[in-house]
Write a new protein. Structure first.
Lengths: 444, 265
């Protein structure tokens, strides 16, 4: 180290001066660091701001979907009235008459008088007579006893209650007249009409375009569930087997390089491409049932596979080679080394990748549009486990898309509500991923 | 089994455990090991010394075919264990590695319990008939690894929770649990402190009674302390092989002398 004595003359003066005083260079450096911290905090603040705005707007727009307005009416129908109504030509009209009479009596009892006719009731609560008749024909033992009917109000009344429709903005139509709002106010004052939690939104199936009140996301949740089953049971074993082979067994040559590049490319292919591929292969060529969760699951499996393969390979790579050496060194075969030692250590990564892949697939809409999983599902729930795969159904994101595209503004609320449900599912899956990772992770 | 030229060499064949003849190793285009001939004796500690990158570890890994896991690695020549060519097509490396155990540079216990670490080899080779049998094997191996007294009360605690020296002795116990005939050690001290090193050195001297032990080391003092035979590698060549005492006191080759006296390496 002969050059230790050769101190450069220009460096010498910089070291002079008190340690208690910052020199110019240090001040600049500190300023740069402070600026960088500022940028970082600003970036995080922007991110958090948008997240909060997003969450707030989703919740604000979505919550109305979870409540709906109902008419609570207690009716007592005698056996004689039932027989009389059944004897008439327009039977449901007779029941509607009974309903109106009960409602009038109820309002009078509370000292409220407001004129209304059967047409107004129909605009408010739909075909009341039919509902009544169906109930009494199914439960004749309830005749002569007081029965409380909870009738869902129409979407316009719903909108009037949660502020979407007001007296100024209401367009008079066959759906709702201005005068009907007086009736609504009166019923509301009497406590007959009020908002309540809409269980049907969570458990029900999609409804017709003119009945937003009856629309529920339940059936499409079931559709998504069956699709995820297909995705999980196809993409996890195929993906993990492919990754283990590529990572641990395959020779390194041009062919495997090509496969690797292609897997990475597949992960970046737009999902609509997978959709049209599924349409061509699974439906037009293989003649699998259209709109079925089975086909949806197959298409989403194709989409999820690259994600799972990439994450599995990354977690296999992260297992230290010394573990493989150790296993081979005591005479384990390559397969034993992989399955006894490498795979368990890679498990947290594999599971996390799989669940993230599934969550991606759960939120995917575009391929489902192409294989027809956006149809109006009049049938609601499938008739059994096997039917769950093969019967036409919708999926959550496709259902949300369908609602958002419908004319009636109430469906817009439903779409937001559906997004809340979808996000709850995604959050749950992510939490499961975190729990699994914690559980399988070896901290020693 | 042996070819005529081999018998001309001055080796007592009755004791020879491993015989390497004309071994060449290539990593792709790199010629890593050149013309290595060596006889490793039974119940002896043989040390491979030499500067970094001289090929001593590579040669060691040829002895139980760990180099098979490296795609670009190619081995030529004959390596015979008890007169059988281990690179013969009929040889299953899995069986070979059960016979030729290995301890690695860095302690690499499985992230499992101490018991499972040692029991893994016997389990996959079906050495134990029942649980009691396996317990015996584990205890014997841990005793031979000179670690039984330290871990007997916590066999179910993780092997990775032990100290570095204990981990390495656990790895030695794991290697001897499969009843190998040869034990290869690739610088087993490199991660250990002087006290742990001394323990492992002592252990190797004990293991000599049952096994043929081959160690790789940088440290010449270590080789001098624990081995009976020493092989000096330089730039892929086996420069000199002989009695340890002779190599260190009276080397024949000038390169060996340079290395031992610290002029190269």
């Amino acid at each position: 180290m002969s050059d230790a004595s050769l101190q450069s003359p220009s460096a010498a003066p910089a070291r002079k001066g008190s340690l208690h005083r910052q020199d110019e260079r240090t001040r600049k450096r500190n300023a740069a660091e402070a600026r960088f911290r500022g940028y970082g905090i600003a970036a995080i603040a922007v991110g958090v701001f948008f997240l909060v705005v997003l969450a707030f707007s989703i919740i604000r727009s979505g919550v109305p979907a979870f409540t709906h307005t109902v008419l609570d009416v207690e009716i007592t129908l005698t056996q004689q009235q039932f027989d009389e109504a059944e004897a008439q030509l327009f039977k449901t009209k007779a029941y509607a008459g009974y309903f109106n009479a009960t409602l009038t009596a109820e309002l009078e009892r509370r000292g409220i008088s407001v004129p209304f006719d059967e047409a107004a009731i129909e605009r408010l609560a739909g075909k009341v007579g039919g509902t009544l008749r169906e109930f009494y024909r199914a439960n004749p033992d309830q005749l002569g006893q007081p029965v409380t009917f909870e009738l869902p109000a129409s979407s316009r009344v719903d909108g009037y209650f949660n502020g979407r429709v007001s007296r100024d903005t209401l367009q008079e139509s066959r759906f709702l007249m201005l005068a009907d709002l007086d009736l609504v106010d009166a019923l509301s004052e009497a406590g007959i009409i009020h908002g309540t939690f809409n269980w049907n939104f969570i458990t029900g199936a999609d409804s017709g375009v003119d009945n937003p009140g009856g629309a529920g996301i339940g059936a499409s949740v079931v559709g998504s569930f069956f699709m995820m089953l297909v995705v999980l049971f196809l993409s996890l074993p195929i993906g993990v087997a492919a990754s283990i082979y590529l990572e641990e067994f395959a020779p390194q040559n041009r062919f495997t390089d090509l496969i690797e590049v292609n897997i990475s490319n597949l992960a970046a292919v737009p999902s609509i491409v997978f959709g049209i591929l599924g349409l061509a292969v699974f439906i037009q060529f293989a003649h699998l049932p259209q709109s079925a969760p089975l086909v949806g699951g197959l298409v989403l499996t194709l989409m999820t596979l690259p994600t799972i393969i990439i994450s599995t390979r990354a977690s296999l790579k992260a297992v230290p080679p010394s573990i493989r050496d150790a296993a081979l060194g005591v005479g384990a075969s390559k397969m034993q080394a992989v399955f006894h030692h490498v795979l368990p250590l890679a498990m947290p990564g594999i599971l996390t990748g799989t669940i993230i892949g599934l969550a991606q697939a759960l939120g995917e809409t575009a391929p489902l549009l192409l294989i027809g999983m956006v149809g109006f599902v009049a049938r609601g729930y499938p008739d059994g486990f096997i039917a769950g795969f093969t019967e036409p159904n919708s999926a959550m994101p496709a259902q949300i898309y369908t609602w958002a595209a419908r004319a009636d503004a109430s469906f817009y609320d439903k779409a937001w509500g559906g997004i809340i449900i979808l996000l709850i599912f995604l959050l749950t899956m992510n939490i499961i991923a975190i729990i699994l990772r914690r559980r399988f992770e070896r901290r020693w | 089994m042996y070819d005529a030229p081999q018998t001309q060499r001055e080796v007592d064949l009755t004791q020879t455990k491993i015989a390497a003849r004309n071994v060449q190793v290539y990593y792709g285009d790199t010629h890593a090991i050149k013309d290595v001939d060596v006889n490793i004796e039974d119940k002896t500690v043989t040390a491979f010394i030499g500067p970094s990158g001289c090929g001593k570890s590579t040669f060691l890994r040829c002895l139980n075919r760990m180099n098979d896991t490296i795609d670009v690695c190619r081995v030529e020549g004959d390596i015979l264990i008890d007169g059988e060519d281990i690179y013969d097509k009929r040889v299953d490396p899995v069986q070979l590695r059960a016979k030729v155990g290995m301890v690695f540079q860095k302690p690499n216990p499985f992230p499992k319990s101490i018991y499972d670490n040692v029991a893994y080899g016997p389990r996959i080779h079906g050495l134990a008939k029942n649980k009691a049998d396996l317990d015996d094997i584990v205890e014997r191996a841990l005793r031979r690894g000179a670690i039984w007294d330290e871990v007997k009360d916590r066999l179910q605690s993780p092997g990775t929770g032990l100290s570095g020296g204990q981990q390495q002795r656990l790895c030695i116990a794991r290697a001897v649990a499969t009843e190998p005939e040869v034990l290869l050690m690739d610088e087993p001290w490199s991660a250990l402190d002087p006290i742990a090193t001394a323990q492992v050195e002592e252990l190797i001297d004990e293991l000599r009674q049952n096994y043929s032990v081959v160690i790789v080391t940088h440290s010449m003092q270590q080789a001098a302390r624990v081995s009976q035979k020493t092989a000096f590698f330089h730039l892929g060549n086996l420069v000199e092989f002989g009695e340890t005492g002779q190599i260190f006191t009276n080397p024949e080759d000038p390169r060996t002398e340079s290395y031992i006296t610290g002029r190269i390496g």
